[in-house]
Ligand binder design. Sequence first.
Ligand code: HEM
Length: 388
Amino acid sequence: MTGPLASAVLPEGLRWDADRGRLKVRDPRLADIVLRDPHIITGVDHGKSARAGALPPPGESPTITQFFELWYTVGEHYPRFNTELRRAFTARVVGAFDTAFRDEADRCVAAMPPHGDLARDYLSPYFMHSTFLLIGVPPEQWPRLTKVARLVIHLFKQQLLGVTEYGEKQAAAFATAMHYLKRLTDQMLTGPGEEPFLLAARDLATIDASTWPIAALVGQLLMAGIEPMIVGSSIACRDIWSAPHLRDAIRDATVDVTDLAEEVLRQHPPFGNIFRFVTEPCDCLGVPLPAGTIVAIDVAAVNLHRTPAADPARGCPVRPSEVLTFGRGTHYCLGAYSARIQVAAGLRQLVRGRADLRLDLAGTRIDTHNNLKEVRAIPYRIGGGDAR
Ligand code: HEM
């Protein structure tokens, strides 16, 4: 793609990515402007999309495309959902789940086979279950919801890759998954659970005549949170098992694991870029930007611009508010506080509970090609023998 930006002289910290046709932002000051600028927005203008929020006809489930359009972040009720949900995800509220997360991590550590894949055999069940705990899913539903979450996560990743056409078989599997998700949501809304998320969801369920928006919200939270936590923890495990002093620091509690993980994620953020779109021509970045320009903020470059990478055994050298790993401004990650606690509990209990765990670092594959990094393999062995 060519355009005026391809040949413009750009200010320091901006680069035109000709291959992908987008403007790269690598400077913290310019990133801040992008994230607060009213001319530069997220994918859909809230409340202005005629399709966003359309409910499926009675008795039917949303198609895959409709499901993504039901996300609260693109719907007209975003401000109300945002206010209500933020209350259920504050540091204090999610901090109350810390012990439950540790217990769940211990259970998943104990259930690990003697060898296998760390993402599949430990990180995935742990992050699924700890998220189910947080949003109040009854434990007897965990196995089935895990399957549904896997399907939804797969479709989300496909969507990130630009896939919008789906085969008949996939559409049918999706319809079954959606009907289940809706039944489960209705059960949770009318059930005895009192988790802060459920209290918020009951309130939000009064906005629409149908509970599909709440079922979509549950699906969205599973999708938005679980995969980046698996990716972030896999990267942290790779680093921890590459450097024995990091394992010692966790075991001896000379570092707060939350801080250690913060530094690993500062250096290797699960989402490589934060995307925005110019809706009205503007020159807020010091160069005329035509409407329609795609802006990609390079998260790692911004994170490391002022303070270079440090030894994670010493924690993170900057304050969490200076890190872009979880975004900034209006769309700051809803699950940032819970993700930090969940990741820290998962790493701490693994290091302490499996002193004889070894990773096959040569066989570990973490693909950084797509915007959300992807764990392909992270082979492990407990006890003697070759980790391969
Ligand atoms: C290590 C794990 C995670 C990372 C790296 C991460 C990263 C991010 C980033 C960068 C954004 C901002 C996107 C933008 O501005 O365009 C975001 C937004 C969001 N995240 Fe997370 N996230 C993580 C975990 C979670 C979890 C556990 C949840 C579940 C509650 C979650 C739910 C959301 C939601 C709903 C938004 C949209 C917020 C809004 O638009 O108001 N995330 N996340």
